[in-house]
Design a protein around this ligand. Structure first.
Ligand SMILES: Cc1cc2nc3c(=O)[nH]c(=O)nc-3n(C[C@H](O)[C@H](O)[C@H](O)COP(=O)(O)OP(=O)(O)OC[C@H]3O[C@@H](n4cnc5c(N)ncnc54)[C@H](O)[C@@H]3O)c2cc1C
Length: 413
């Protein structure tokens, strides 16, 4: 019987362990936290967006970095497979807007409990509160043959799977250890950067705007004056700048260590053309002829954003509506369709939903997840240089690569 050691009990390591054990291996899963799936518990705002029920091609499209590397693993273990295995182990699931799959209970902890049942059923030995310090290599056979824990304990293995995650949200245990292990084994780690993260902007966000959520807005991202990305959906104002799903997605295209000039243009009324918005404002102004500019915007905009819009419009808030000139009105239309925020920088990587960058994919066999340099060494999950948008795609990457690593690490070659 093959002995497999898996390092890291996040979704990738748990799936790797489950499938390695199911394929007949003797599996030890080592986790430095006192619990499994610590990050998983906070995913999807505590609801866990498990995967996405779209077709496989659109899943791959949403894996914006190294999606091609994922073909083999996602076709081997698809979103349907993820849902089926979780259902088999008692998790009820539902599909929401955007084909996002969640547990029916809306509780991420129920996903963790299901994974725990899976590990128990297959008899995986889980060592909690145990931190791996080093991967042991057999130089004669050029293979991984075990690990050493921080307390100096040596655990021998025929295969080792590294599933230690990235460096985001380090309090959940992902502190980048896997990158060190990979480098120690001769692998290259590409530049790490924050992805799916909030953005600090040039404009000061006034207190009343902080926390305001705008649905149904659209954004354009410009890099050196060239439009490179657009999105439609939800945005949230924060004291440092802007956040929310559309901003998180845009952040994937920004590298603030490069000297690119990036800006985000916000369209507050994407459903209305300039002409239609102008007509709408004229109607509102006609209704409020003798009111002040400030008092005329209540039906058009959320209350909390009115002062901010007035401030950048340059129109006196106390000006009576009938005194507003045509040019001022046209400028207001332009502004509502294009509020510009210059990007100052991304929020720190520790706050990012995912770490972009990782072990370079050309050094890993995409059909097995095995290292191309060291026999019996496998990788799965966020530690690999693969990144996806929000929508359940990052967990899909963890589950699919975990599956492949698990079944291949346990197979007799
Ligand atoms: C706030 C937040 C919300 C998110 N929401 C979603 C979502 O809804 N849907 C989605 O698809 N993705 C979501 N993600 C992303 C998703 O959580 C990650 O992509 C996923 O957890 C990566 O899985 P992993 O198993 O590779 O790594 P992790 O989940 O980070 O697990 C790695 C594990 O390895 C352990 N470890 C590390 N080093 C060692 C060591 N030396 N010895 C022993 N153990 C070690 C860690 O303690 C950790 O438990 C979210 C991320 C965050 C931060």
């Amino acid at each position: 019987m093959k002995k497999v050691v898996v390092v890291g009990a996040g979704p990738a390591g748990i799936f790797a362990s489950y499938f390695a054990s199911k394929s007949g291996a003797d599996v030890i899963l080592i986790e430095k936290n006192s619990m499994i799936g610590k990050k998983l518990r906070i995913t999807g705002k505590g609801r866990c967006n498990i995967c996405n029920a779209s077709d496989i091609e659109s899943i791959i499209k949403n894996i914006y970095k190294n999606g091609n590397f994922m073909y083999s693993s996602i076709y081997s273990f698809s979103n349907e497979d993820v849902m089926n295995v979780l259902k088999e182990h008692g998790l009820e699931i539902k599909v929401e807007r955007g084909n996002r799959v969640f547990p029916k209970s809306d509780k991420a902890i129920d996903v963790v409990k299901t994974l725990d049942r899976m590990l128990n059923k297959e008899g995986v030995k889980v060592y909690l509160n145990t931190s791996v310090k080093k991967i042991v290599l057999d130089e004669n056979t050029n293979s991984a043959c075990g690990i050493i824990t921080e307390n100096g304990k040596h655990i021998a293995a025929d295969s080792v799977i590294i599933a230690t995650g990235g460096v985001s949200y380090p309090l959940t245990g992902s502190t980048g250890d896997g990158y060190k292990f990979a480098k120690q084994c001769g692998h290259t780690v590409s530049k790490l950067k924050a992805s799916l993260v909030g953005i600090e902007v040039d404009k000061k966000i006034p207190g009343e705007l902080v926390g305001l959520n705008l649905r149904n807005i659209s954004i354009n991202l410009y890099k050196n004056n060239k439009k490179i990305y657009e999105d439609f959906g939800e945005l949230e104002f924060r004291n440092y700048g802007i956040d929310g799903p559309v901003i998180k997605s845009a952040s994937c295209y920004i590298d603030d260590e490069k000297n690119d000039k990036c800006s985000i243009s916000l369209d507050l009324k994407p459903a209305l053309s300039h002409e239609k918005l102008d007509m709408r404002i004229q109607r509102d102004f006609a209704k409020n002829m003798n009111k002040t500019f400030e008092k005329s915007l209540g039906e058009l905009l959320p209350k909390k954003i009115i002062d901010f819009v007035i401030e950048i419009s340059g129109i006196d808030k106390n000006k009576l509506v009938h005194q507003i000139t045509k040019v001022e009105r046209k400028n207001l239309v332009d502004l509502l369709k294009n509020i510009n925020f210059d990007v100052v920088k991304l929020r720190p990587i520790e706050e990012a939903i995912v770490t972009s960058g990782g072990i370079v994919v050309k050094e890993i066999n995409p059909s097995t997840m095995e290292s191309k340099f060291i026999n019996g060494l496998y990788f799965s999950g966020e530690v690999i240089d693969v990144d996806a948008f929000t929508g359940g795609y990052n967990l899909q990457v963890a589950f699919s690569t975990g599956y492949l690593a698990g079944i291949n690490a346990s197979s007799e070659k």
